[in-house]
Design a binder for this molecule. Structure first.
Ligand SMILES: NC(=O)c1ccc[n+]([C@@H]2O[C@H](COP(=O)([O-])OP(=O)(O)OC[C@H]3O[C@@H](n4cnc5c(N)ncnc54)[C@H](OP(=O)(O)O)[C@@H]3O)[C@@H](O)[C@H]2O)c1
Length: 315
């Protein structure tokens, strides 16, 4: 059932209502523009959408399902998640997946991620059951460290099911999963590594382009001051390849063997992501980008940002 070869993925966290869009991104993008972005994605061959129940304050999944149906997108690949906000309860995954499937207007999801490493054994056992029923076609884990990934793989191996992927935070300025061996482990085991927030919520976009104010951007602005040299290198690399600054951040991930998930709301962003996948950076460019990123010391979202949401293990 597996064999999904992901090159880049469209993130949907910022899809949704007017107030949410303004608060999160500083601007509201009308539904019609998001639908146009989906049309563009099909044209560009970007067929994978990353979704979760809470994205867009619960609106993103419903929007996606409606638009996918209207656009006749039967070949769209759905990446969805179970988010354990609390300890495992019998049938919690099934109930959640059933609601998701109603949102998606589908009878299965292509990839289903356990969103947090909470009660791994119990949650995975239920996910495995749903996989065997054909409601889930591939299983992944998200925000897991290396030991937790090994445990997940062990559980799935015993059931004869491959671990499809790991979905963690990774970007040019947040490469801890590479430094602590998780990325190598994924590579060695043929497990796909998907990176969320490769644009760091807009911090790895062009500093010369003005964007609307949000509280997040106030925080980002402080970090951006540390990144002058990194921006200089990104702009130089962008010029050399005739691409944009965010495309450098996206291409960087692809060149590291990582699948970028980008928060695209507009056709142009989709087009740029599709182009970035094919940009070949030189080893010298990668080295210069990494050196400048490391020297900056800038950080917005920690690589293990969501640890606080993992409840203590029951004794
Ligand atoms: N597994 C997890 O725990 C987890 C956690 C968080 C996120 N995710 C996934 O990862 C996805 C990506 O994260 P994100 O959406 O939060 O942030 P992101 O992709 O890091 O950044 C989005 C920001 O970049 C801008 N942008 C996107 N493409 C651009 C382009 N080509 N040129 C210029 N600017 C561009 C957007 O602009 P606009 O404001 O104009 O749209 C927005 O400000 C999410 O949507 C979600 O699917 C997963």
């Amino acid at each position: 059932m597996g064999n999904i070869e992901a090159k880049a993925v469209i993130g949907t966290n910022s899809w949704g209502g007017r107030a949410y869009g303004k608060a999160l991104r500083g601007s509201y993008v009308p539904d019609g523009v998001i639908k146009d972005a989906m049309r563009e994605a099909e044209k560009q061959g970007l067929m994978i959408y990353d979704l979760a129940r809470d994205y867009g304050l619960g609106k993103a999944q419903k929007m996606f399902g409606r638009f996918a149906e209207e656009l006749g997108g039967d070949n769209i690949i759905i990446s969805a998640k179970y988010t354990p906000f609390a300890h495992y309860k019998k049938n919690c995954v099934r109930k959640s997946l059933e609601k998701d499937l109603a949102d998606f207007r589908r009878s299965y999801v292509d990839i289903y991620w356990l969103h947090l490493p909470t009660d791994i054994e119990q949650h995975l056992a239920e996910i495995i059951g749903l996989y065997k029923e054909g409601k889930i076609r591939n299983i992944g884990v998200s925000n897991f460290d290396l030991a937790e990934c090994r445990l997940a793989k062990h559980i799935l191996d015993k059931a004869g099911i491959p671990l499809y992927g790991v979905q963690n935070h990774y970007s040019l300025i947040s490469r801890e999963w590479e430094k602590n061996g998780l990325l190598d482990w994924c590579r060695e085991n043929g497990i796909s590594f998907w990176a969320w927030a490769v644009l760091e919520e807009g911090m790895l976009t062009d500093p010369r382009v003005k964007t609307k104010f949000t509280l997040m951007k106030l925080f980002i602005a402080r970090e951006k001051r540390k990144m002058r040299e990194l921006y200089r290198v990104m702009i130089a690399v962008a010029k050399r390849h005739d691409i944009t600054v965010p495309q450098v951040a996206e291409a960087y991930c692809v060149n590291k063997g990582v699948v970028p998930i980008c928060g695209c709301r507009k056709p142009k962003q989709v087009r740029e992501l599709a182009e970035a996948v094919n940009v070949k950076l030189t080893s010298g460019e990668i080295r210069r980008l990494e050196e400048a990123a490391d020297k900056s010391g800038a950080k917005v979202l920690g690589h293990d940002l969501f640890r606080f949401a993992v409840p203590e293990k029951r004794s």
